[in-house]
Design a protein around this ligand. Structure first.
Ligand code: ZN
Ligand code: ZN
Length: 151
């Protein structure tokens, strides 16, 4: 079973956002709080569209364009990261600890997992001039729920 990471408690979210904003001289806005809270409170690697629909219920004046801008800002603040995927929609992760992803080809779910062996993976020395930053393995397959549906 993949180890599920605990969701970030709401107090930590605000504290972390405030600290990062202060460091970068940016304002803590209600939009930034709401969007970061939504991403940090989810293990599902949500898209800006999904977060928009979730947050809009409490913040009817919020626009999708603002949500996109807020995502860019949170990436810049180092609070969330874009999950590399080959689709056209970008998904985001508030879990910045080294980890890997289980990607379901049926429902597009992305689940975090950690594995000491994979994290020690040694890269080949010659990467054709590419400068590596981190290694995150994507395991493509079928999640438990989708396997149940097939039975
Ligand atoms: Zn699935
Ligand atoms: Zn992740």
């Amino acid at each position: 079973m993949p180890a599920m990471r605990p969701r970030t408690p709401p107090d930590d979210v605000l504290e972390r956002l405030t600290a990062h904003c202060r460091e970068s001289g940016m304002k803590v806005t209600p939009q930034r709080i709401a969007v970061y809270r939504a991403v940090a409170g989810s293990c599902a690697h949500p898209t800006p569209d999904e977060v928009f629909h979730e947050v809009r219920a409490d913040m009817p004046s919020l626009s999708l364009a603002t949500v996109y801008k807020t995502f860019d800002c949170l990436v810049e603040l180092g609070l969330i990261a874009r999950v590399a995927n080959d689709g056209s929609t970008h998904r985001y992760d508030a879990n910045l600890e080294p980890h890997h992803h289980l990607v379901c080809g049926s429902c597009d779910s992305i689940t975090d997992f950690t594995d000491a062996g994979l994290s020690r993976l040694r890269l080949p020395r010659n990467l054709d001039g590419f400068a590596p930053e981190k290694v995150s393995v994507q395991v493509i397959g079928t999640c438990e729920d989708c396997q149940d549906d097939l039975r």
